[in-house]
Design a protein around this ligand. Structure first.
Ligand SMILES: *Cc1c(COP(=O)(O)O)cnc(C)c1O
Length: 403
């Protein structure tokens, strides 16, 4: 069976992990701090905090901004459920909106329609690694008309005095919008380094801070370090310094710090990310698009434009004029040929928990249409050209047998 997206684990990664184990320091320490520094240099934002997941990063930022019961957060219906779950954790209301028919990303007109005086945050998702329309979103939250609606209920909200844009960039490390990388495109960006993501640390995530003046991003980074480690005013490394044993708890914090073992993997991955990982992923995307654009039944994904370059996270093929049941049959046929494929994503309003909250995917027709015709093809570093050809032929034959 051809796997869907195994991580790239070569000798360099293994050596980096072994070195860390032998160093005697395995939790948050020098490697994590170095990874944060390198990520900041790479993305061009202000400060970066490495964590154990993107989910933790998104929730930490909602908490930092003071999002709570009675507040609303706007997000696309087409995303992984983590984006919505963190809003629920804070007691706020997820306000789903529909996505674009061409690129799967949040529809900015729908965002505008959904804004109320309770809206505190917009969480765009760079789906598949393709950046959202950040200029449009930024203009929207800064417009006088939308600012007038904003009701600050925390010191951070008062200081920003508008809706926060918290980007879920779980897919889009290295994606580019108008010459800038994800991380530097909006107020706050959260990356995922989960095992299936482009840049993995096994499990992991990071918050890229890029808040406008008068925010002090370094001070916020330091506050988030404490918030992500029990609310403890000293981390483990600081406590090892001679006589430096006493610590205090300044808030009931969370526990979601990154380990140096994870950071060691991330440092290797980041170093060769542009020169190696993104190059190979683009080749695979191009090979799929070259093959499938020759068929009338195929709709190939958009992954570059004058303003945007994807990070080539997932290749989302759509089949024209089919329904969900037919798509599922095609997927079964592809699996019968020993090729793993996937669907990115089952829309969040279709999930049992969210249905029970009263959400209905019928209110997001483009999302449902995109989902019901979508098949995600395997893309990973070690996928060979021969395997790409195998995938193309298996998908073509499975579609033709079921149309
Ligand atoms: C993977 C993913 C997440 C969650 O990332 P974790 O690091 O596993 O918490 C969030 N949003 C999207 C869109 C994702 O694909």
């Amino acid at each position: 069976m051809l796997p869907f997206s195994p991580p790239r684990i070569d000798q360099k990664i293994i050596d980096a992990v072994v070195d860390t184990l032998k160093s005697g320091w395995i939790t948050t320490g020098p490697k994590t701090k170095l990874f944060e520094k390198k990520l900041t240099e790479y993305c061009g934002n202000k400060n970066t905090l490495a964590l154990n997941s993107a989910t933790a990063g998104l929730e930490l930022m909602l908490r930092w901004f003071g999002v709570k019961e009675g507040d609303e957060v706007i997000l696309p219906a087409y995303t992984y459920s983590a984006t919505a779950n963190v809003i629920v954790h804070c007691g706020a209301k997820p306000v789903f909106v529909d996505v674009n028919a061409d690129d799967f990303n949040i529809n900015c007109d729908a965002v505008k329609q959904a804004i109320t005086e309770r809206t505190k945050v917009i969480m765009p998702v760079d789906l598949a690694g393709y950046p959202c329309d950040y200029d449009v979103l930024q203009e929207l939250v800064q417009s006088a008309e939308i600012r007038k609606l904003f009701k600050a209920t925390s010191p951070e909200q008062a200081l920003l005095s508008r809706i926060l844009i918290l980007s879920d960039a779980a897919h889009s490390v290295g994606a580019i919008y108008k010459g800038k990388k994800a991380g530097a495109l909006t107020d706050v960006t959260v990356f995922s380094f989960h095992a299936v993501k482009n840049l993995t640390t096994s499990e992991g995530g990071a918050i890229a801070l890029n808040l406008p003046a008068p925010f002090d991003n370094l001070a916020i980074y330091q506050a988030l370090c404490i918030k992500s480690l029990h609310g403890q005013n000293k981390d483990a490394l600081a406590k090892t310094q001679k006589g430096n044993w006493r610590y205090d708890i300044v808030e009931a914090g969370y526990k979601c710090n990154m380990t140096d073992i994870s950071a060691a993997i991330g440092l290797v991955e980041l170093e060769r990310y542009d020169s190696d990982m993104l190059v190979r992923r683009k080749q695979i995307f191009d090979a799929y698009s070259n093959f499938f654009s020759g068929f009338e039944w195929a709709q190939v994904p958009v992954y570059s434009s004058a303003d945007k370059t994807s990070s080539y996270h997932v290749y989302q093929l759509r089949i024209n004029a089919i329904n969900e049941a037919k798509r599922d049959q095609i997927i079964a046929a592809i699996f019968d040929k020993d090729i793993s494929v996937n669907v990115h994503f089952i829309p969040v309003p279709m999930m049992t928990f969210y249905r029970a909250m009263g959400y209905d995917v019928a209110n997001y027709p483009v999302t449902f249409d995109n989902y019901s015709r979508e098949i995600t093809l395997p893309v990973f570093y070690d996928l060979t050209d021969e395997q790409v050809t195998m995938v193309c032929e298996a998908v073509r034959d499975s579609v033709l047998a079921n149309l």
